[in-house]
Design a protein around this ligand. Structure first.
Ligand code: UDP
Ligand code: MG
Length: 317
C-alpha cells in the first residue's frame, strides 16, 4: 500500500465527510493505494457514528475509537501502530490542512529520500496573538535547541517513511515535537514543505490556554532529554561535584578560622553566627543530592527497555 493517512480527531463530526471525500479525490486522481485511519480521541459528539458510516461506504476508511479523551499524541501513537502504508501522512481533521499537498509530500519521501517531511504553514489562518506569535517563539527555541532547521514543528500535516512512525513513541504532548523524536531515533533526513492552510471551517480549537503551560514544559523535557538522557551523570554529576566542592572548601575554611582563633586565643564568634556556615552546609547537602540524582538517572537509563532498540537500520544475511 502506498499511503496511510492518520487523522486524530476530537469532536469534529461536521468536517469528517468532507475531509474523507477530499482525500479520496486526491488519492484516486494520483492512483495511490491508500487507507484513511480516523482515530476518535474520545469524542462526545457524533464523530464515531460518522466514521462508522464512512467505513460502510468505503472500506479503505478505517477507525479507532478511544474510551475517553487521551490527547492528540496518544491518538497519533495508536494510529501509527495500525498503519500499513509505505508512507504515512498525518493531518488534522478540521479541514485546516489541505489534502492536495499529499502527492508532493509523498514524492519527497519516496523520491527525494526524506525520512520525514514537515508541513510549514507559512501563511497561517489562526488567531495572531494567541497562536501565531507564541508559535514563532517556540519554533525558534526548538530550532536552536535541537539543530533541526524547520519552521513549524507542530504542523499537523506531515509525511513519514513508515519505519519512522514504527520507531517513535509519541506520548504526553510530544506531538508538538515529533521531528525531534524522529531525530533521536536516528532519522536525520528531515525536510520541510510550505503547505496551504485554511481557517477552521467547523467547530472550535481543541487546544486552549493550557497550551501555554504544557508546551514549554514539554519543550524543556525535550531539550533535557536530548542533551542528558543518555548521560545524566554528565549534568547532575558534574554540577553536584562542583557544588559539593564549594561546600567542602567553605566548611574547611570556617572550621580552620575557628581553630586558628582558638589557638591564638582571640575571641572568636560561634561558627553558627556567620552566614558562611549555613552556606557551606547547604552547598554540601545540595551537592550530594545532585550527585545522587545523576547516579539514579544513570541507573534508570541503564535499565530503560528501549536503550538498545532501533540500532540497526539494515542487515544483509
Ligand atoms: N485533537 C485530538 N485530541 C485532542 C485535541 C485535538 O485528536 O485532545 C485533534 C483535533 O480534533 C484536530 C487536531 O487534533 O483534528 C488539531 O486540533 P485543533 O485543530 O483543535 O488545533 P489547532 O489547529 O487549533 O492548533
Ligand atoms: Mg486546527
Amino acid at each position: 500500500m502506498n499511503i496511510s493517512v492518520v487523522i486524530p480527531l476530537f469532536n469534529e463530526e461536521e468536517s469528517l465527510p468532507e475531509l474523507a471525500k477530499w482525500i479520496k479525490r486526491v488519492m484516486d486522481a494520483n492512483q495511490f493505494s491508500y487507507e484513511i485511519i480516523f482515530v476518535d480521541d474520545g469524542s462526545t459528539d457524533l464523530s464515531w457514528k460518522v466514521i462508522q458510516d464512512l467505513h460502510q461506504g468505503n472500506r479503505q476508511i478505517k477507525g479507532i475509537k478511544f474510551r475517553r479523551n487521551y490527547g492528540k499524541s496518544a491518538a497519533l501513537y495508536a494510529g501509527f501502530a495500525a498503519t500499513a502504508g509505505d508512507v504515512v501522512i498525518t493531518m488534522d481533521a478540521d479541514l485546516q490542512d489541505n489534502p492536495e499537498e499529499i502527492p508532493e509530500m509523498y514524492r519527497m519521501v519516496v523520491e527525494d529520500n526524506f525520512d520525514l517531511v514537515s508541513g510549514w504553514k507559512k501563511k497561517r489562518y489562526d488567531p495572531v496573538l494567541s497562536k501565531n506569535i507564541p508559535s514563532k517563539f517556540y519554533n525558534w527555541i526548538a530550532r536552536k535547541a535541537t539543530g533541526i532547521k524547520i519552521h513549524d514543528f507542530n504542523c499537523g500535516l506531515k509525511a513519514y517513511r513508515s519505519q519512522v512512525v514504527k520507531s517513535i513513541e509519541v506520548y504526553g504532548e510530544m506531538h508538538r515535537y515529533i521531528p525531534i523524536l524522529a531525530k533521536w531515533a536516528g532519522f536525520k533526513r528531515i525536510g520541510e514543505k510550505v503547505v496551504k492552510h485554511q481557517e477552521r471551517k467547523y467547530g472550535v480549537t481543541k487546544f486552549g490556554i493550557e497550551r501555554f503551560i504544557r508546551g514549554p514544559l514539554d519543550l524543556l523535557s525535550v531539550i533535557f532529554i536530548s542533551r542528558f538522557s543518555k548521560k545524566p551523570m554528565h549534568f547532575f554529576g558534574v554540577l553536584g561535584s562542583l557544588v559539593f566542592l564549594v561546600g567542602l572548601i567553605s566548611t574547611i575554611t570556617v572550621g580552620v578560622n575557628k581553630l586558628v582563633a582558638l589557638a591564638e586565643q582571640v575571641p572568636a564568634p560561634r561558627v553558627t553566627d556567620t552566614p558562611y556556615f549555613f552556606l557551606a552546609l547547604t552547598a554540601m547537602i545540595i551537592g550530594t543530592q545532585l550527585f545522587l540524582a545523576g547516579f539514579i538517572g544513570e541507573l534508570v537509563s541503564r535499565n530503560a527497555s528501549e536503550r538498545n532498540k532501533y540500532l540497526v537500520e539494515d542487515t544483509l544475511e
